[in-house]
Ligand binder design. Structure first.
Ligand SMILES: Nc1ncnc2c1ncn2[C@@H]1O[C@H](COP(=O)(O)OP(=O)(O)O)[C@@H](O)[C@H]1O
Ligand SMILES: [Mg+2]
Length: 288
């Protein structure tokens, strides 16, 4: 009999992280796998002793990349692979991979590293970014979820104060796709196949995230949307992915981001499709 751990972050207080883990645990149990929920801190990353505990596989829902690597180094198959979690965790890093694979996306510039106590405000760098991308523009921190660290910059004052505030932080500048204001598509992919998709739109915000006030409904994807979502997941090597797609000027799809630990509750509620079952089916095929 197979056994698995479903790892999630134990420091976050919101119920949705545990809820997500429970969905996976239940799917594993339905498939006859003995499943256990694990908060990340419940696994001691003790490097001085042999690590004896050994589930058949781990579904890793956290961004504790070091723990994912620790488990992998101890010979345990981790889904997604820690390298994929790491690539996707930092949006700048992820856009590097997407761009390398020629994935259509908004024009993106990765901000240079600026140490927190220093500035390049007088260098002319920011003026070049402004004149290239224009306003409004998107600024996105490398690390962020639920739309919380994505900013719509409408004025030069906002621009300069944001870049000043972000000294010491990884972030990117991005073309604002006006034709996609307040709307996007979430596509859940498992092992290169589309399992579920939803259209998200917000009347109150440029961000379509549900956590941010967006509402969602079922959508029939176009062939172009399907193909791009699959290519994007593949570009970052993700076996499980939640791909966000934007609507370009002529409705052509553009990749907004790829989530390596996409939440599956909302898409379950909206579409009735439990992505967890597809994930477990995929894993059981892979580890045979
Ligand atoms: N370049 C862009 N143009 C227009 N809207 C965008 C752009 N980038 C992000 N958005 C909107 O902001 C939301 C959050 O951005 P995203 O990159 O997915 O970050 P998060 O990880 O916080 O979800 C997207 O779902 C989309 O609605
Ligand atoms: Mg997103």
């Amino acid at each position: 009999m197979y056994s698995c751990w479903v790892v999630y972050n134990g420091s976050l207080t919101s119920d949705k992280f545990k809820d997500q883990a429970v969905l996976i645990k239940e799917a594993a149990e339905r498939a006859g796998v003995q499943a256990e929920l694990k908060k990340n801190y419940e696994v001691m990353m003790d490097l001085s002793n042999n690590f004896a505990e050994r589930p058949s596989f781990v579904v890793f829902l956290d961004k504790d990349i070091l723990l994912a690597k620790f488990l992998k180094n101890n010979g345990i198959r981790v889904f997604n692979d820690p390298d994929v979690i790491e690539t996707c965790d930092n949006k700048a890093n992820q856009y590097l991979e997407l761009s390398r694979n020629e994935i259509p996306m908004p024009k993106t510039i990765i901000a240079p590293k600026v140490y927190p106590s220093f500035t390049i405000a007088d260098s002319g760098y920011y003026e070049k970014v402004l004149s290239y991308l224009g306003l409004p523009m998107i600024i996105k921190e490398g690390h962020g979820s639920f739309g919380m660290r994505v900013y719509l910059i409408e004025t030069e004052d906002d621009f300069y104060s944001k870049v000043d505030e972000l000294r010491g932080v990884d972030y990117i500048f991005q073309q604002f796709i006006e034709s996609s204001r307040g709307r996007d598509i979430r596509v859940n992919i498992v092992g290169g196949e589309i399992v579920a998709a939803m259209y998200r739109h917000s009347e109150t915000d440029f961000r379509a995230n549900i956590t941010n006030g967006g509402v969602a409904e079922v959508i029939e994807l176009t062939e172009a949307q399907k193909a791009l979502a699959i290519r994007a997941a593949d570009a970052v090597g993700a076996e499980f992915a939640g791909v966000d797609l934007l609507f370009g000027e002529n409705e052509e799809p553009l990749v907004c981001e790829v989530n390596a630990a996409a939440h599956i509750r909302n898409i379950y509620n909206v579409t009735g499709i439990n992505v967890a079952d597809a994930m477990i089916t995929y894993i059981l095929r892979e580890i045979q």
